[in-house]
Design a protein around this ligand. Structure first.
Ligand code: CUA
Length: 179
């Protein structure tokens, strides 16, 4: 049989299934089901997924909230006064703005305390990647992402933008202090 000639038997698909073929279909089906149920399982029992919430927000409204947050809890500045370092009270809501090509402000958190980290972008899509932890969150304008975090190791962490956002994407880095 070729694709040019018509099949000799018109009803050619009513052949019994070969055992090997059936076995492979069963293996593939079983494996896809295992992978499917691993997703909810891993979300609950795996430790790498941050349960996130997301809300719609107008960028200017988010900026206002972040601005108020920064004005309230700034403890010092870095980069010759250009970047405020903000130390919010333990357990509070903390805000981070992603924009071309900056994370604003710098956060200083307390070890072992839980915070609700709010993330949103002012302009385009950015990516929040916390190094060396394995946290990756897409940051989009118009959406306020809220992630509950409990930093359990003191130190200086790096925040890297991992979604390409233009010519200076590679310079969009920041820090997060945990003390
Ligand atoms: Cu922001 Cu890449």
């Amino acid at each position: 049989m070729s694709s040019i000639q018509p099949p000799s038997q018109r009803v050619w698909w009513k052949q019994p299934l070969d055992r090997v073929e059936g076995t492979w279909i069963a293996i593939a089906l079983l494996w896809s089901l295992i992978m499917f149920f691993m997703m909810p399982y891993w979300h609950v029992y795996g430790k790498q997924n941050t349960p996130g919430e997301a809300y719609r927000v107008v960028p200017t409204a988010y900026q206002k909230k972040a601005q108020e947050f920064v004005e309230k809890y700034t403890v010092r500045t870095e980069a010759n006064g250009a970047l405020p370092v903000v130390k919010p009270p333990a357990g509070s809501d903390v805000y981070l703005i992603a924009r071309l090509w900056q994370w604003w402000p710098i956060l200083e958190l307390e070890k072992g305390k839980t915070y609700r980290l709010h993330l949103s972008a002012m302009d385009y899509q950015h990516g929040f990647s916390l190094q060396p932890e394995n946290i990756n969150i897409q940051v989009l304008p118009g959406y306020e992402h809220v992630v509950t975090i409990t930093p359990n190791r003191a130190g200086t962490y790096s925040i890297v933008c991992n979604e390409f956002c233009g010519i200076n994407h590679h310079t969009m880095v920041s820090r997060l202090y945990v003390k």
